[in-house]
Design a binder for this molecule. Structure first.
Ligand code: PLP
Length: 436
């Protein structure tokens, strides 16, 4: 055994730290370090690390029913479905599909949009319009609709070049406009694309209600989402909200799209649904989306591990804790405090913007705050800040895309304390000072 080299991870990474335990907001490394998880893993951990309830529920589920394919009903599947519909999903979201994570949930959503039109006989409607700076997953199809050019590049030959709308990146508006005089022109660009492509070829539009890691907590200007809704209605296009990051309270409300005053047709979720205790994703749709499929006897495809009983049990336990301990309200309160503390970093000469909502926050680092000039890619500022944080036992999330560099995301568990917020912000400030 000792002769066999162990290649984990696949290629070397500065994050290959041996984590042997985790409690609250901290990861416990084998060498004794306690690392503050300022990113909740990857915007995942909400109830905190080390709770016993999800694991105990998983053990009970596995002893009862280890596995049975999805159309079968199990108590864990039903309990989770009931809880989702009763306590979490916006009104009208009556159709539930479960998978194993965000990429599968989004891929199911885009296929469902296409299937909806296909079942209605609109077989030419297949394109899904995404946006630059968005990330929707790591499968070829989700990389195709995503706007993370660097991650798409290696599979560019396999992924079609589908049109992308400009993001609502008001700090550097891609249209050269300023809110509010812009009248949210970036949303109008979605309609311009639909008209250019031909509405009879477009099945859906996908957007993150608050752009998570790739854009770095980019919030839409007021009215953006309502415009998207109206555009989709005008052209019989399905509106998909990618709430993989924002779902289940991360922004202080159940789903961020709900807070925008216009509901989508399909919601894709994952991360916070199980708070990291088990791999699970969910794609939720309205009756209007499902009705044509029901008529033709069609259904979204399941993956082998869709709605796994143990994963459903873990998600049910996590959502129970979120409700019983009122942690979404806590995400709002602590999110405001994190936002307020980050505002102090705004004085830093290399911080261009502090942004975000709830416990999904980000800062953008630049060489020159006045001109917004970025550091060159070779300066590797994001990795330097990340490593600077780790040197002081704080883990931040590296945001941004190839084009939009040097974004640091903070998304701690909802149980984060004032002292932990102070530590992560003070360490972040020092890490920036050392990196630039
Ligand atoms: N959608 C968004 C907005 C994401 O941020 C992610 C992952 O970070 C995904 C989809 C893909 O989720 P997963 O990594 O669970 O496949």
């Amino acid at each position: 055994m000792a002769d066999t080299p162990v290649n984990w991870p696949f290629t070397p990474s500065p994050l290959a730290i041996d984590i042997v335990g985790a409690q609250g907001c901290h990861l416990h490394a084998r060498d004794g370090r306690k690392i503050l998880d300022a990113a909740g893993g990857a915007m995942v951990v909400n109830i905190g690390h080390g709770r016993r309830e999800p694991g105990e529920a998983m053990a009970r589920a596995s002893s009862a029913v280890s596995y049975v394919i999805p159309p079968f009903v199990t108590p864990q599947r039903m309990q989770l479905a009931e809880r989702l519909q009763r306590d979490w999903l916006p009104p009208g979201f009556t159709r539930l599909h479960l998978s194993s994570g965000g990429s599968e949930a989004v891929e199911t959503a885009i296929k469902l949009a296409r299937q909806h039109h296909f079942a209605k006989g609109d077989t030419g409607k297949w394109k899904v319009i995404g946006r630059d700076l968005s990330y929707h997953g790591a499968t070829v199809a989700t990389l195709e609709i995503g706007g993370h050019a660097a991650r798409r590049a290696p599979v560019a030959a396999m992924a079609r070049e589908t049109p992308k709308a400009p993001p609502h990146y008001c700090l550097r508006c891609p249209l050269g406009k300023t809110y509010p005089t812009c009248d949210v022109a970036c949303a109008d660009e979605v309609e311009a694309i639909i008209l250019r492509e031909g509405p009879d070829t477009v099945a859906g539009v996908i957007a993150e209600p608050v752009v998570g890691s790739s854009g770095g907590a980019l919030e839409p200007p007021p009215g953006y989402w309502r415009k998207l809704r109206a555009i989709c209605d005008r052209h019989d296009v399905v509106l998909i909200a990618d709430e993989v990051v924002t779902g289940f309270g991360r922004t202080g409300v159940r789903f961020a799209s709900e807070g925008e005053g216009a509901l989508p047709d399909i919601i894709a979720t994952a991360k916070g649904m199980s708070g990291g205790y088990a791999p699970i994703g969910g794609t939720f749709a309205t009756e209007r989306i499902a009705e044509p499929l029901e008529r033709t006897g069609d259904a979204p495809m399941f993956y082998t591990f869709s709605a796994h009983p143990a994963a459903c049990a873990a998600a049910d336990a996590v959502l129970d804790i979120l409700s019983k301990e009122d942690l979404m309200a806590r995400a709002r309160v602590m999110g405001d405090r994190l936002g307020a503390r980050l505002q102090r970093l705004k004085q830093h000469p290399n911080v261009a913007e502090v942004r975000g909502r709830g416990l999904l926050r980000a800062i953008e680092i630049v060489r020159d705050r006045e001109t917004l000039e970025r550091f060159p890619a070779e300066a590797n500022i994001t990795m330097k800040v990340l490593n600077g944080g780790l040197a002081e036992n704080v883990y931040f999330y590296p945001g941004g895309t190839g084009a939009q560099r040097d974004v640091i995301v903070l998304a701690p568990p909802f149980i984060v304390t004032d002292a932990e917020i102070e530590t992560m912000c003070a360490v972040l400030e020092r890490a920036i000072d050392r990196a630039v």
